[in-house]
Ligand binder design. Structure first.
Ligand SMILES: *Cc1c(COP(=O)(O)O)cnc(C)c1O
Length: 448
């Protein structure tokens, strides 16, 4: 089947998943749980993760030949669709001239220029290899700049697997967080204050008590890792005001939202702010176009503290890799106004049809947005923080997820994740999703 051809719901029934099962068995012998990132293991939904053989446009094909409309899009990076010809050409042409030099090269400069041109408050960036490295480095820089140690984060916000940021348990005012992961030193979590999202009073209270110790507040520009929970009006503005009053930095994590919610990320949707922008931003996902590159950046005066100019050490053998930079640059250049319009219309069509189907099947749900990024909570809304997100019916989602998968639609395998579309989600791909929704909604209701 070509990518333009439409396959009806149920098209994967009978193709089997023996290939994926065999690969999972092989993988599990040599890779813990058979996966290199936990959510891929399907633990939240059960069943066998599909091992993909190829992707083209909006479609994935697994090793057994089953085809799926992809609503993961590699968790965001594939904003132009899989194997986009312009990105592919950039990668091939660059790779033909060598893969990595360990010296400066031009592509990394062009990628940095592209990022700086898009987000006004970002005057300089440094390129790294993952979103985790970006937030880790931004935090070190904030600590070096303020000469303070404590970091404030919000429950339900994910900033990669940085020790100090894995603490997310326990909402409430100025809770001392316990690590969410074994292996994170108590001392590391003790330097992290975890607060409920969208609760400025909690932030005020934490700063009233420990403001002189706080190096930075880090927040997702619009959280997408507990499902999509947009900042309440005035929340981001309030964070800027409070941090400035206490001499702390504000770090806006745009790893997920950057270059997706708009050409300048969620900053482009919500900003500029009367109180001023964040001091530091982090980026990843879209800016690598599917390759491992990410960045952190902000005011030149803060960035000047980085080695070798300043005392805050930060480095990377493959940072600014020419091939990854070329892929990222081609992807960002491909993100035209038309692309953002298409993302928006595909997302609205899918979300609208999902809501209709769930309403018809009497499944409680709410859809939340950050630009064209959305997620569906299987509970009544609004969902304003992690505690409320956790109140959803995860079993209903599990049934919904598998019914979609069987019909050739690959959702993120967790109800706490955004659904990602690409500019390659054309009318055909959208129609395939829409056709699958009613049966999945009935399954969610327990009726099918
Ligand atoms: C994905 C993500 C990260 C971590 O990025 P990795 O490349 O997976 O290390 C950090 N912050 C946010 C907001 C993310 O969505």
């Amino acid at each position: 089947m070509t990518s333009g051809e439409r396959s009806g719901p149920g098209s994967n029934a009978g193709s089997g998943i023996a290939g994926s099962e065999a690969l999972l068995a092989r993988a599990s012998a040599v890779i813990p749980a058979g996966v290199n990132s936990p959510v891929r293991a399907f633990r939240a939904v059960g069943g066998t993760p599909r091992f993909m053989a190829s992707g083209q446009g909006a479609w994935l094909t697994d090793v057994d030949g089953n085809r799926y409309v992809d609503l993961i899009c590699s968790w965001g990076p594939m904003i132009l669709g899989h194997a986009h010809p312009d990105v592919l050409r950039a990668v091939e042409q660059t790779a033909a001239r060598g893969f990595s030099f360990g010296t400066p090269s031009e592509n990394e400069v062009a990628l940095a220029e592209e990022i700086v041109a898009r987000i006004d408050p970002v005057e300089q960036v440094r390129l790294v290899n993952s979103g985790t490295e970006a937030t880790m480095s931004a935090i070190r820089l904030a600590r070096g700049y303020t000469q303070r140690d404590v970091i404030v984060k919000f429950s339900g916000c994910y900033h990669g697997h940085v020790d100090a940021l894995l603490a997310s348990a326990g909402s409430g005012v100025a809770t001392f967080a316990l690590p969410d992961s074994a292996g994170v030193p108590r001392s590391s979590a003790a330097e992290t204050i975890v607060l409920p999202y969208n609760d400025l009073a909690a932030v005020e209270a934490a700063f009233a008590e420990r403001g002189h110790e706080i190096a930075a507040v880090i927040t997702e520009a619009a959280p997408g890792n507990m499902g999509v929970v947009p900042p309440a009006p005035g929340f981001t503005e309030g964070l800027r005001r409070i941090t400035r009053e206490h001499g702390a930095l504000l770090i806006s994590d745009e790893v997920m939202t950057g270059f997706r919610c708009s050409r300048s990320g969620f900053y482009g949707v919500e900003g500029p702010y009367a109180a001023g922008p964040a001091d530091l931003f982090t980026f990843g996902k879209v800016m690598g176009g599917g390759f491992p590159t990410a960045a952190f950046g902000g005011r030149a005066e803060v960035m000047a503290l980085l080695a070798p100019a300043g005392p805050v050490y930060q480095a990377g053998t493959l940072s600014g890799n020419p091939v990854a930079s070329a892929a990222g640059l081609a992807t960002l250049r491909g993100c035209t106004a038309d692309v953002y319009a298409r993302l928006d219309s595909a997302a609205r069509a899918i979300a609208g049809a999902a809501s209709d189907a769930l309403t018809t099947a009497s499944v409680p749900h709410t859809i939340q947005w950050a630009g064209s990024m959305f997620s569906i909570f299987f509970r009544e809304g609004p969902v304003r923080n992690y505690d409320e997100a956790k109140g959803q019916d995860v079993d209903a989602f599990r049934r919904f997820f598998h019914a979609m998968l069987e019909q050739g639609v690959h959702l993120p395998p967790s109800s706490f994740e955004a659904w990602f579309v690409s500019a390659a989600h054309d009318d055909d791909a959208v129609a395939h999703v829409v056709d699958a929704l009613p049966a999945a909604a009935r399954a969610a209701a327990g009726g099918a």
